[in-house]
Design a protein around this ligand. Structure first.
Ligand code: IPE
Ligand code: IPE
Ligand code: MG
Length: 263
């Protein structure tokens, strides 16, 4: 017996963009964001960079509200890259403290709003207290289904692919006989989410900076000069508008798309 209706729906919703053709919707189901430009925002105001990070947390809070309003199901935020350790020690320390404080302050309200919190990235360099707080927040919110909020901290796209391969190898030592995309995907950090439909980077740079390298294969990319603390509801609506205008062909021709889904 083949998969039933609900199983087929789940397969279509979580389809890999390279093995299948995922279902496209008017509103992106998954949005991934590089929140960039905090330092420049502060500098413009003759304030220390860290003030920009502080303000950036408020933008995060507003964006979560917007995602709930538009019924976006997955929001993934790049908070700290594996390369951000190269920053001055003071700034790194401030960011770690800010992360801890925000986590403690917001976890109850996230839970009340039925938001599931997941953290992806290498936790081995974090303070044990932070690791504990992350673990508890994930556990508390694990069954929430309104929005899955993923925070990428000490995350790198290359680290992710490497750790997935290493874990796959541990369960399947003879990789020389081959392995499938699905087998590898199961060990990637974001295995629980569909691939992002929309990628947003604020702050003007046009690069991926080692974010979700594997998962962004067919994501629609949106770059804006708006600095992260200034990324308000109107700026978010512009990004959604741009997304709606995209034609998601996944390798097919425009004519095939207008002929309908089964052409
Ligand atoms: C992004 O803002 C936040 C983090 C990387 C943690 P930046 O700190 O990179 O701000 P700019 O790019 O220097 O303006
Ligand atoms: C990317 O921003 C990482 C985060 C937003 C967490 P960066 O400001 O670190 O990126 P690069 O170094 O300019 O590419
Ligand atoms: Mg930056």
């Amino acid at each position: 017996m083949g998969p039933n209706f609900f199983e087929r729906l789940k397969l279509a919703l979580f389809a890999s963009s390279t093995l299948d053709i995922p279902v496209s919707s008017e509103v992106p189901r998954h949005i991934a964001v590089i929140m960039d430009g905090n330092g420049r925002w502060a500098k413009k105001r003759f304030m220390p960079r860290i003030m920009g990070h502080k303000r950036g947390v408020e933008t995060v809070r507003d964006l979560i509200k917007q995602c709930i309003h538009y019924e976006v199901k997955y929001l993934t935020l790049f908070a700290f890259s594996s390369e951000n350790w190269r920053r001055p020690a003071d700034e790194v320390k401030f960011l770690m403290n800010l992360f801890m404080e925000a986590l403690k302050r917001e976890v109850d309200s996230l839970h009340q709003n039925q938001i599931r919190l997941v953290m992806i990235g290498d936790r081995s360099r974090f303070d044990p207290l932070l690791v504990k707080a992350i673990h508890e927040a994930e556990k508390l919110t694990q069954h929430n289904t309104r929005l899955t909020l993923t925070i990428a901290a000490n995350y790198g796209g290359r680290w992710d692919i490497m750790q997935a391969l290493q874990r796959l190898m541990a369960t399947k030592p003879d990789l020389s006989s081959g392995f499938s995309e699905e087998e590898l995907n199961a060990y990637l950090s974001m295995h629980y989410a569909p691939e992002p439909d929309l990628f947003i980077r604020t702050g003007g740079e046009k690069r991926i900076s080692n974010f979700l390298l594997w998962q962004l294969a067919y994501t629609e990319l949106y770059f804006t000069d708006t600095l992260w603390p200034d990324f308000d509801d109107a700026a978010f609506r512009l990004a959604l508008q741009s997304y709606r205008q995209r034609e998601r062909r996944y390798g097919r021709t425009s004519e095939q798309l207008s002929a309908g889904p089964h052409a």
